[in-house]
Design a protein around this ligand. Structure first.
Ligand SMILES: [Zn+2]
Length: 319
């Protein structure tokens, strides 16, 4: 069951109409070029149309006149068609129009004739993602979990996550049940390429804190790339002294098998179970138990149904 608390909207969706016409040839995508050599960075918001925090951060970067100190930064609002339909009285409905845009990032899907709103938009954005060598994809979650940085766990990603310093939890592990996410798009997922893409889950979709976390994620991302003026960073940062990061390795992903799945409590995510064998979910009468001591529940999805991922399990990384 979804508690009403998880559907409460305490954030205002920004009006992004001003950003429709950019300078990239793609609607709702802007390139800020320092004129100096440096990284080709990209910050993406609204891969999911109802995840407001990324839109707020990107809108703030644009409105405040941010300019990178080197290289160039592309700022994108991805699923603007879904975002336009955002309705605070039914906030879960505008995640996408026809299909989840973050399952399309493979050449076979992108090369096929687009038959959905998301496939058309993904095609338009593709050249921007193709040229980026550092990419931050900003998301939020359905529960009141602390923020999490999601990466595969490739050495280049772990290095960049450490350099970024936020958020406090980094989860390394595989992707979704179906389709590929933007962070899995080639060559970001190629260990031999030095291109890196990270996905940040900034907290609950419609909590004011998620907007602060999203802006901080953008600022620390830019600082790790030496692309932000220290004065701008200080003026806009929410948490100037983040705690040390904890790196988790995802060991299990669970796909729901029956029409009768439930968690045994309203878990928000990042709960740590000290003992192996603790029951935390039940699927068709079969108990899901923690497989080892100090097991961490990552991103429980209380809205997931049969065939969808309900949670991940993780443990502290060895290093
Ligand atoms: Zn998302």
């Amino acid at each position: 069951m979804v508690s009403d608390d998880n559907l409460r909207v305490d954030l205002q969706a920004p009006d992004i109409a001003d950003w429709r016409h950019g300078n990239t040839g793609v609607e709702y995508a802007h390139c800020l070029d320092s004129g100096r050599s440096g990284p080709d960075a990209l910050i993406n918001a609204l891969m999911h149309g109802n995840e407001l925090c990324g839109a707020i951060a990107v809108d703030r970067l644009l409105r405040s006149g941010f300019r990178p100190t080197r290289g160039r930064l592309t700022l994108c609002f991805a699923n603007t068609e879904a975002y336009r339909r955002f309705d605070p009285s039914a906030p879960a409905r505008s995640r996408f129009v026809d299909e989840d845009m973050n399952r399309l990032w493979s050449a076979d899907r992108l090369d096929a004739p687009p038959v959905t709103a998301e496939a058309r938009r993904a095609r338009a954005l593709r050249p921007l993602f193709d040229r980026a060598d550092r990419l931050l994809d900003i998301h939020s979650m359905g529960t009141r979990s602390a923020p999490v940085l999601l990466i595969h766990g490739l050495a280049k990603e772990r290095r960049f996550a450490r350099a970024m310093r936020v958020p406090a939890t980094v989860a390394c592990g595989g992707g979704h049940v179906q389709g590929r996410r933007l962070i899995e798009y080639a060559p970001f997922n190629d260990p031999d390429s030095d291109k890196v893409a990270l996905l940040v889950e900034c907290g609950h979709h419609w909590s004011p804190e998620s907007a602060v976390v999203a802006m901080d994620a953008a600022l620390y991302f830019l600082r790790a790339l030496d692309m932000v003026d220290p004065g701008y960073f200080r003026e806009h940062v929410g948490d100037p002294a983040p705690p040390p990061q904890i790196v988790l390795d995802v060991t299990h992903g669970y796909t729901i098998r029956t029409d009768d799945f439930y968690f045994t409590a309203q878990f928000a995510g990042l709960e740590r179970f000290p003992r192996a064998g603790e029951v935390f979910a039940v699927d068709g009468g079969e108990e899901n138990r923690t497989p080892y001591d100090d097991c961490v529940l990552v991103m429980p999805n209380h809205r997931a149904v049969k065939g969808q991922r309900a949670f991940r399990l993780a443990r502290a990384a060895a290093d």
